[in-house]
Design a protein around this ligand. Structure first.
Ligand code: MG
Length: 312
């Protein structure tokens, strides 16, 4: 789940933690008392525990991927994810997550399901998905005290050429970020690559929501924007072993501007054109970045010969 990007001070962390998505915390950027984030690095043993939580998340999303077809509902998908979490005795992280907006209800489901123009934090419902829809499914669990968080965007039936390109650009943005982590020293270098790649494809990076550190809680320091934000310029994130991040580019076809619906959760693009969202929990290790939210173990990502930011 993404975090609301903060514009203010560290003292607003409880407010940030009470927001499901990565909404920027009000008040970090530009505030007078902003201090560098306190990042909890994880030991190899802790990363191994997070790997097991991440594997359960990956299994749940794999089940969702297999069922994605016209006629299926996002409520059906939530039921399947809840069943996988029960099977592994994992605690859903999203269900009951408090809203950062006073008086708004907590998040009511184990997944966020965001269809078409919805960006993040959509609430699952009983409307059958239709041919050509694109639906982002985001979920997370706590297993034995450690968290995993991941998201995929799925095409229902045959997507339009534009939606197909949107999905491939967004997944490639996540992929190039993870690969770049093996050779970049600071997150700003990675964020710049992500933003430039998305723009080179004619699309827009959503800036209001960002990735996040993750560990024993879902949302930890630091905030991980998919572009070079002011706060990132001020307090860059060193990519060192033990750093674990939920990296989650959100990409829109027409605009980066978003609004939140009256349910208090669902975020949609202001132009109501489609957006997509992919997320992995990734650990920086001495052997390079490791994706924790996959079913199978894979070698640490190796740097490509070069990262091409092209127009193809
Ligand atoms: Mg997240």
């Amino acid at each position: 789940m993404s975090s609301h990007r903060s514009l203010g001070s560290r003292s607003s962390i409880p407010g940030f933690l009470s927001s499901l998505a990565h909404r920027p915390r009000p008040g970090r950027e530009g505030s007078k008392d902003d201090a560098p984030p306190i990042i909890k690095l994880k030991s190899p043993r802790e990363i191994a525990l997070m790997r097991e939580a991440g594997r359960v998340v990956a299994k749940a999303l794999d089940q969702v991927r297999r069922m994605a077809a016209p006629g299926v509902t996002t409520a059906d998908m939530a039921d399947v994810v809840a069943a996988v979490f029960r099977e592994y005795n994992a605690k859903p992280l999203f269900l009951g997550y408090p809203s950062s907006d006073k008086g708004k209800p907590p998040f009511p489901a184990v997944i966020c399901a965001s269809v078409n123009e919805q960006v993040v934090h959509g609430i699952p419902n009983r409307r059958p998905l239709r041919e050509g829809d694109v639906v982002s499914i985001d979920t997370g669990c706590n297993l034995n005290g450690w968290c995993g968080d991941a998201a995929v965007t799925l095409a229902i039936g045959q997507p339009s050429p534009q939606s197909e390109k949107l999905l491939s650009v967004t997944v490639e943005t996540l992929d190039l970020a993870i690969r770049a982590m093996s050779r970049c020293r600071y997150w700003s270098e990675v964020a710049s690559l992500m933003d430039r790649y998305v723009k080179s494809q004619g699309f827009h990076v959503i800036e209001k929501f960002v990735g996040h550190g993750i560990g024993q809680t879902m949302h930890e320091e630091p905030q991980v924007p998919n572009f070079v934000s002011k706060s990132l310029r001020k307090h860059d994130i060193k990519l060192e072993p033990g750093l674990v991040l939920a990296i989650e580019p959100m990409v829109a076809v027409g605009t980066k501007e978003v609004r939140t619906l009256t349910d208090g959760w669902t975020v949609e693009t202001k132009d109501r054109r489609p957006s997509a969202h992919f997320e992995h929990t990734v650990a920086v290790t001495v052997d390079g970045p490791r994706i924790l939210t996959l079913i199978e173990d894979t070698p640490a990502a190796t740097p490509p010969d070069q990262l091409t930011i092209g127009s193809t």
